[in-house]
Design a protein around this ligand. Structure first.
Ligand SMILES: [Zn+2]
Length: 150
């Protein structure tokens, strides 16, 4: 059985590795669709509110109106310097790698799994016409890649 849930958040980012328009700081209304593997317990499997209570609040406090940023991007130090000088406090969602949709999917899949949910796949939308589909198989492969680099 699969339960499908949709979430969204607004965030800024850039991809410093690319030499095209994506190198500029820009924003997205990110869409996240989660496909949860669930088992029936009596007449229901999981209350929809159980997903929302954890995932919506997590996205709101860590991703929404944040800047997704690679801490190895020189821009990160520039923004830290700005905060030190002005006392402003930007919300960052820190990555140790570029903030591509592939790497964002890795983070979201890992974080939602760590909450105790079993995901079959997620879909991450940067724009209305582009959807990145990231499966459990992709996550297992990425785990080998990311954990090797630690
Ligand atoms: Zn982008």
């Amino acid at each position: 059985m699969i339960i499908r849930k949709e979430y969204k958040f607004y965030a800024a980012h850039r991809n410093e590795e690319l030499l095209d328009k994506c190198r500029n700081i820009h924003g997205h209304r990110y869409g996240l669709v989660c496909f949860f593997e669930v088992e029936r317990k009596g007449s229901i499997s999981t209350l929809f509110s159980d997903f929302d209570a954890k995932i919506e609040s997590y996205l709101k406090s860590h991703y929404d109106h944040a800047m997704l940023i690679n801490v190895n991007d020189p821009l990160y130090l520039t923004l830290c310097d700005h905060m030190n000088r002005t006392g402003e406090d930007f919300r960052f969602k820190k990555f140790n790698e570029p903030t591509s949709v592939e790497n964002l999917s890795w983070h979201l899949f890992s974080e939602i799994s760590a909450m105790g949910f079993v995901l079959e796949k997620i879909e991450v939308k940067e724009t209305d016409s582009s959807v990145f589909v990231y499966s459990k198989h992709d996550w297992i492969n990425d785990k080998k890649l990311f954990l090797k680099n630690c």
